[in-house]
Ligand binder design. Structure first.
Ligand SMILES: [Fe+2]
Length: 411
């Protein structure tokens, strides 16, 4: 049995162990970074690696230590202003686009703060009433680990030297050859949304029924080689393939290929590498995914079609993040891993959705406007973080995440 599947069938490690592993992984991901690397902010959507290390620590200090540990005093009174992300209930903060101006505190000072907070958290790990927030803090930090990887990739891409954080991986791509198999679904009433006792974000519930028409979902992701055919066929120059907003985006930004592509290579955490035609295509926008699907005579799945198929699949499978090192999609037949998959579903609340009480209620609900849902997990998602009901979401033009597509069709 593969290691990942063995882990999935074993009992989850104790909460304290999972917290320690999560906190350690963040530091391991940042280990190859210089102080300058860790301070870079290449665009407003991205944050410095140093800021991710600090913000995740702010989350634990604020919502657990400050609010739940009697007598706890903030490590530094001025730092919540720097490291609050978007929580209005937590007051003023620096503008998002200014995060790259924080040359101080230093990386070393933030690492010291992390140790201080980790030690103090031990005092709450004996209080079962704190466990749900610790779970949320772990899941939150895992999300930022993925963002740390995608943000630093975007930052280093700006450097003409094409810096490599890690040496390249030897794993060979194993998808993209021949026509895909299809998962067929007869349609009918399906129950979607998070069910059961495990952790889930509030946006994954409540579970509810939806009606599906008969459909099929591709057994693999679209590959680089197939994307090259789309380009060669004039895909980026054919307005009939594009949504109106997408056509405007392509022309205004002069888009002619996925992010990080240049001739036969693409930029990775291991620097510039020859692109593998069999590997899943990634770093595409919703607009590009939709145009490709139209060109291919197919369409994007809805998030509920995707979920109805994924309920029978192992979320621990596929190419996901197991340890610090270079990440890249390699492909396979898993529903999970490699790339987040665009759906055609708008990110909206489920029936009877209610955000959590207090500041953490700002976590998901207030972003339910103008974004699209992505399903699955990517090569930069910590294994075990995602599940069939998991809803990721981005604006249609964004593509610095590991975003790809899986085709769907009507039956
Ligand atoms: Fe956050």
């Amino acid at each position: 049995m593969p290691e990942a599947e063995r882990l999935a069938t074993a009992a989850a490690p104790p909460l304290a162990d999972r917290l320690a592993a999560t906190r350690a992984l963040s530091l391991a991901l940042a280990a190859p970074l210089s102080e300058a690397d860790a301070t870079l902010q290449s665009m407003p959507d991205a944050s410095p690696a140093k800021w991710h290390l600090a913000h995740t620590t702010w989350f634990f200090e604020t919502f657990l230590l400050r609010d739940r540990l009697p007598g706890y005093r903030l490590y530094h009174e001025a730092w919540p202003f720097l490291f609050n992300s978007y929580y209005e209930a937590e007051g003023q903060r620096i503008p998002r686009a200014k995060r790259g101006m924080l040359s101080r505190p230093t990386l070393a000072e933030i690492v010291e703060w992390r140790e201080h907070v980790d030690n103090a958290l031990a005092g709450l790990l004996v209080d079962p009433a704190s466990f749900p927030l610790v779970e949320l803090g772990i899941a939150h930090e895992q999300q930022h680990q993925e963002l740390l990887l995608t943000d630093i990739k975007h930052a280093l891409f700006q450097n003409p030297l094409g810096p490599a954080l890690w040496a390249g991986s030897a794993a060979a791509a194993r998808a993209g050859e021949g026509a895909p198999e299809w998962h067929e679904h007869p349609g009918g009433i399906a129950l979607v949304g998070h069910q059961g006792a495990g952790f889930a974000f509030d946006n994954e519930g409540p579970p509810h029924r939806i009606l599906l028409e008969p459909f099929a979902l591709a057994g693999r992701l679209v590959s680089n080689g197939e994307w090259e055919q789309f380009i060669a066929d004039g895909g980026y120059r054919t307005p009939s393939l594009w949504l109106s907003d997408g056509w405007e985006w392509v022309n205004k930004r002069n888009i002619s290929a996925p992010e990080y592509w240049y001739e036969g290579e693409h930029f990775t955490h291991a620097g510039w590498q020859v692109r593998d035609p069999w590997a899943p295509v990634c770093h595409i926008s919703y607009y590009e995914a939709d145009a490709f699907a139209t060109w291919a005579g197919a369409r994007l799945p809805t998030e509920f079609e995707w979920e109805a198929i994924a309920q029978a699949h192992n979320p621990w499978s596929g190419c996901q993040l197991d340890e610090a090192g270079p990440v890249r999609p390699v492909g396979g037949d898993s529903l999970f891993g490699d790339c987040w998959q665009f759906t055609r579903s708008a990110y909206a609340p489920y029936p009877r959705f209610k955000p959590a009480e207090g500041a953490v209620g700002e976590y998901n609900g207030k972003f339910m406007s103008g974004q699209v849902v992505l399903r699955g997990a990517s090569c930069a998602t910590v294994r075990g973080h995602s599940r069939a009901s998991y809803r990721n979401f981005f604006y249609p033009h964004q593509r610095w995440q590991f975003t790809g597509l899986r085709l769907a069709k009507d039956l």
